[in-house]
Design a protein around this ligand. Structure first.
Ligand code: CA
Length: 235
């Protein structure tokens, strides 16, 4: 059972035995873990699940660690520890300035990885807590219809959640009111434009509680809405 202070480590590793061994060591150190073996599943999982750190293997099926590190840094400052089977890789990785927080060479002892995880979390946590809430860290939980940033979260109605989910999934894309409604009402219920507007209005109010300094949802030319995190003074 995950309690509130417990940290979650996402293990991205395609060697199943290694992943489960590391997971066991982390469980003993009181971390919750989740294992992903396929590179393509990492970003979708992170967009909807809270995690505190990622142990990211370099060589993965479908999308490698370098590409994933770049993908993740587009929307999250979550600490990343990269693992690689070749020590000479590490110099090259450092040269790429991927934004990873640490690098570990395989074969590693799980005990050492746990120690490095603790060190990275110690290094990054106070700074993260002191930093203002950032919309880059917006996490949508489709099970509870809650949206969170760091330790703060708010609950949304089903429709508000689905509107936000649709918009947030493709930042800067303009969605017409009809497109938004099509995503929400699968039963073809007739809903007036005004209804979309009133749900968006409520959604914006709630998001302002979570991120008071940002405007996240923008009306575009009367045609519809798009998602982009903009500081209020820039709007
Ligand atoms: Ca691998």
């Amino acid at each position: 059972m995950k309690h509130t202070a417990q940290k979650t480590v996402l293990i991205v590793e395609d060697e199943a035995k290694l992943a489960s061994l590391l997971s066991e060591y982390l469980a003993l150190a009181d971390y919750a873990t989740h294992i992903i073996a396929d590179g393509l599943q990492v970003v979708p999982w992170l967009r909807t699940n809270p995690a505190d750190l990622i142990v990211l293997d370099l060589m993965l099926p479908n999308r490698d660690g370098i590409e994933l590190c770049r993908d993740i840094r587009q929307f999250s400052n979550i600490p990343i520890i990269m693992t690689t089977a070749r020590i000479e890789e590490i110099d090259r990785l450092l040269g790429l300035a991927l934004g990873a927080d640490d690098y570990i060479c395989k074969p590693y002892s799980p005990r050492e990885v746990v120690a490095r995880i603790k060190a990275v979390l110690r290094r990054t946590s106070p700074e993260q807590q002191a930093a203002p809430a950032s919309p880059n860290l917006l996490i949508l939980d489709p099970r509870s219809y809650r949206v969170s940033v760091g330790a703060q979260s708010i609950s949304l109605s089903t429709i508000e959640f689905m509107l936000l989910n649709t918009l947030h999934h493709e930042p800067l894309r303009l969605f017409s009111r009809n497109q938004l409604m099509d995503n929400i009402y699968t039963d073809q219920r007739v809903v007036s434009d005004r209804t979309v507007d009133s749900h968006i209005k409520k959604l914006r109010k709630k998001l302002a509680l979570l991120l008071p300094d940002y405007e996240l949802i923008h009306a575009m030319y009367g045609a519809g809405y798009c998602y982009e995190a903009r500081l209020k003074q820039d709007v």
